[in-house]
Ligand binder design. Structure first.
Ligand SMILES: [Zn+2]
Length: 285
């Protein structure tokens, strides 16, 4: 697609995984742990995902979120992708846990940690992330969900259990090029339930695009997104995604003046996933 020449500049606002900048004094243990976990989960995913997911499907309580038809479709897709056939067999005990189907985690990117991107007029990414996250929390709470508004490095992320976890970020306030507009979504690569992860990502992308009319900024999902630290900390049964909801530079007016539509788009994506709504291809009516 219209890939920029130097995509690296886009991602400077994402939370740093590499210790290039001084780590805050109280954080070194957490930083180490996150990296270790990411690496291990990545390896684990490559080596064991097909086996794990296939076995989870046979035992996943369908009552909570996944309808049997979807379950079958995902299992078929995974079989096709992996060449693995699910077999009824033993699996780790903790995979049997009930996911708290009424609980949703919302991470306000950079909140409690740093400012994220900073615009020349002083507007910061973190204040907009928090504004969006608060609107999302209120909307979902009004609909009867229990919503945890979480900081970037919230203690509650460790082992977090919920029906879904979505981290909200915004892209750079620096001018990159004219194509630097729109949003992108990445799933937790480390998730045990890869098909569910993919579905949350698809729901968010489709609904957010429809509600906001922002373009999907293809080809710029980075390792910082897929290996996002929070994904390594949460309970692997929790399905998670990160959304970069727009560019503070090119989408500034939309982000600051139609913040409620941004929140509405994210809520629609989460509800699509939780209610197992059908996702229409972009070109269909
Ligand atoms: Zn950010």
């Amino acid at each position: 697609m219209d890939n920029p020449d130097s995509p690296v500049e886009y991602y400077e606002d994402l939370p740093e995984m590499a210790p290039e900048e001084p780590v805050p004094d109280e954080e070194p243990v957490k930083e180490q742990r996150s990296k270790g976990f990411s690496f291990w989960r990545g390896l684990q995913t490559v080596l064991g995902a097909a086996f794990l997911v296939a076995t989870i499907f046979t035992l996943w309580t369908p009552g909570s979120m996944i309808e049997s038809s979807l379950e079958a479709r995902m299992a078929a897709a995974l079989e096709a992708a992996s060449g693995f056939r699910p077999a009824a067999q033993e699996f780790p005990q903790n995979l049997n846990e009930e996911v708290p189907s009424n609980t949703i985690g919302i991470v306000a990117g950079h909140y409690g940690s740093d400012s994220g991107s900073v615009c020349s007029n002083g507007l910061t990414e973190v204040e907009m992330n928090l504004k969006i996250a608060t609107l999302v929390q209120k909307d979902l709470t009004d609909r009867g969900y229990e919503v945890d508004l979480l900081e970037e490095f919230d203690d509650r992320l460790m082992g977090y259990q919920g029906a879904a976890l979505v981290s909200i970020h915004l892209d750079s306030c620096q001018y990159v090029n004219d194509q630097a507009t729109g949003f992108k979504v990445a799933a937790a690569l480390s998730a045990q339930n890869i098909a569910a992860s993919q579905r949350l990502t698809n729901c968010l992308s489709e609904r957010y695009g429809t509600v906001t009319d922002l373009p999907y900024h293809a080809g710029s999902v980075t390792d910082d997104m897929t290996y996002y630290h929070a994904f390594a900390e949460i309970d692997p049964i929790t399905v998670a995604a990160i959304i970069e909801a727009g560019f503070l530079n090119r989408d500034y007016v939309f982000i600051t003046e139609e913040t409620d539509r941004i929140a509405e788009g994210i809520v629609a994506g989460i509800l699509c996933y939780i209610n197992n709504e059908p996702i229409h291809p972009a070109q269909s009516p």
